[in-house]
Design a protein around this ligand. Structure first.
Ligand code: FAD
Length: 320
């Protein structure tokens, strides 16, 4: 019995969310008095033995040209094979876009109970109880999983990465790799410099910016902070910004360390996608804007005056 952690990668680069899942899964293994192992699909440009720094003892590496393109059905079958062969009793994913596609499918194959969107380590003192947010973060549920095998997906940014010493043994895993049933005929990379779901800092703006021509100052602030850009839904609907930047209930859900919301009212549908951010800063000219209730820091004032001053202040601190 062991804990198996799926390591998600993009273009050979292991995602930050995977390092969180590795630390989290290894901690669960420690709680259960067992070891943790990882599974990596496809070619990776990083040293897989170094994943041992997060506590995993073994990395099962499946190398196959057919794995270049993410395919949830193909990936599911392989992960289930690895779980079965290693006798994994707990399988951990990040609750990012890949994890959301894979965790339920793998759970079905393994006849496992699924706890999606975990926010803390499971309570294993009496059974196996996973804590998660429900109703867009308005309530907390404790989910008891009674199946023999458990599948958990960990919310992004919900668990701190721990990097210690340790080296993992990297072993090739000979899996049956099916031909994908779907073929990608075209793909376009999003233009942002920092991926929104991976970003530590996100600068987001709403209808208060009046029009797309005013985004230059938002971009400048984001550049100085090394932040990703986001926006509210009406901004994307009006084509001021691309839809991949739209955050909220119907957009991307994010949980950066710092979320800066400029000229956004803070409607519940917007908050649903950003309220897991560690620190929220709100800039709004209306002191009654609902977003201030969710804010850690708030600035009441005109964004057109505040943003350039904010950018200048960041530049000064950075010595630019
Ligand atoms: C089913 C459903 C799903 C939805 N999903 C989403 C979603 O995923 N994401 C989302 O964002 N919305 C979503 N919405 C829309 C949501 O209800 C709000 O309408 C939307 O979030 C409002 O966007 P906004 O705050 O940019 O615009 P507004 O509500 O127009 O707010 C603009 C804000 O800017 C401030 N402002 C104006 N001028 C300035 C200035 N010069 N300086 C500083 N502040 C200024 C104003 O005081 C105001 O608070 C959804 C709605 C529905 C019904």
């Amino acid at each position: 019995m062991s804990v198996l952690i799926f390591v998600d990668q993009l273009d050979g680069h292991i995602k930050k969310a995977s390092h969180e899942a590795l630390t989290y899964g290894s901690k669960i293994a420690e709680q259960l008095g067992t070891t943790s192992e990882a599974v990596v699909l496809g070619a990776v440009n990083e040293d897989l033995a170094a994943l041992g720094q997060h506590g995993v003892k073994k990395v099962h590496h499946v190398q196959n040209d057919g794995l270049k393109q993410f395919d949830s059905q193909v990936y599911t079958k392989i992960i289930a094979q690895v779980a079965e062969q290693t006798g994994a009793k707990v399988v951990v994913f990040s609750n990012n876009s890949s994890g959301k596609a894979l965790a339920p499918r793998v759970a079905v194959r393994l006849k496992a109970g699924l706890a999606s969107g975990a926010t803390a380590l499971p309570d294993t003192s009496n059974g196996f109880v996973v804590r998660k947010n429900v109703f867009s973060g308005k309530a907390i549920a404790n989910v008891a999983t009674k199946s023999d095998i458990k599948v958990i997906s960990l919310n992004v940014n919900a668990y701190t990465i721990v990097t210690g010493e340790g080296t993992a043994e990297v072993v090739p895993f000979n899996a049956t790799v099916d031909a994908p049933k779907m073929k990608t005929v075209d793909s376009t990379k999003t233009s942002g410099k920092v991926a929104l779901t991976e970003a530590d800092i996100v600068v987001s703006a709403g209808r208060g910016l009046k029009g797309p021509e005013n985004w230059k100052m938002v971009e400048e602030l984001a550049d100085e902070l090394g932040a990703a850009l986001a926006c509210s839904r009406p901004v994307a609907d009006a084509h001021w910004r691309p839809h991949n930047e739209h955050v909220g209930q119907t957009g991307v859900a994010i949980a950066p360390n710092l979320y800066i919301a400029i000229g956004i009212s803070g409607a519940i549908q917007h908050l649903a996608g950003v309220n897991r951010s560690k620190t929220i800063v709100v800039i709004n000219k209306d002191s009654e804007a609902p977003f201030f209730k969710a804010a850690d820091y708030g600035i009441v004032g005109d964004a057109f005056e505040i943003i350039p001053k904010f950018t200048e202040a960041v530049k000064k601190i950075k010595g630019h």
